[in-house]
Design a protein around this ligand. Sequence first.
Ligand SMILES: Nc1ncnc2c1ncn2[C@@H]1O[C@H](COP(=O)(O)OP(=O)(O)OP(=O)(O)O)[C@@H](O)[C@H]1O
Ligand SMILES: [Mg+2]
Length: 267
Amino acid sequence: MSCRRRAVPEARRDNSVPEARRDNSVPEARMTMQLLSLDNVTTYYAQMRILEGVSLQVGSGELVCLLGGNASGKSTTLKTILGIVQPRSGRVLLDGEDVSRWPVPQRIAKGIAIVPENRRLFGQLTVRENLELGAVLRGRDKLDEDFDRIHQLFPRLLERRGQLAGTLSGGEQQMVAMGRALMSRPRLLLMDEPSMGLSPALVQQNFQIIKEVHLSGVAVLMVEQNASMALSIADRGYVLSTGEIVLEGAAAELLRSEDLKRAYLGR
Ligand SMILES: Nc1ncnc2c1ncn2[C@@H]1O[C@H](COP(=O)(O)OP(=O)(O)OP(=O)(O)O)[C@@H](O)[C@H]1O
Ligand SMILES: [Mg+2]
């Protein structure tokens, strides 16, 4: 499969509602096969259009990365998937079911978890308490099994289980954020810039863990600015530019693509 460049109109963000929307809809048959589908999603903050006709898919157990420069709409895409913001038009489908109007907890119960931008831990709670919060919505059953699994991935968190999360290093906080998301036993893990603020050695380690999580059968949609690192472990990738998908394809193809560099540089 080769990467596909998507046509983007000249004036990309004039903040007006387009008179005739381009039809980016994904055929029904293709969407229903997917764990997650965004079908022609347009998202606004007040009068400001942020996403325009975004269509993307994540298959069961797939690792997909969402690339793009600052303010291109990557975090907004994840927030639209989780339900923190609602699309003005278009649909979010999980297992082919339209969840566009579902509240966040219902989507989490259906198997989505997020490792948010800047981790967002509860600094005054311990590592263990933060992890446990990830299991609240599924009723905290068999907690010990989950703790064991998380501690296998992150032995450091076992050592630090009684420490306040606010006193952890950045790398340790990233481990807790990922561990907390995994405590809900997700089928789809959304990750927003997991390598942000980490040293090169920790970035490597972090990507290795994401790969392991993926290999354990969890689908991952990962937002990253570090395109080559992300593509080196991903199956497929999409590139956002000012709220539109401008490029998509197999990770290996995107890595070789001149269009990727151009899309990234916005030229
Ligand atoms: N709550 C909000 N209210 C108004 N505008 C917002 C809000 N959140 C984000 N935006 C705007 O939406 C645009 C896209 O933001 P978003 O956070 O999705 O970008 P991003 O691709 O994740 O960027 P970065 O790489 O810097 O994290 C930005 O111009 C931002 O200022
Ligand atoms: Mg962001």
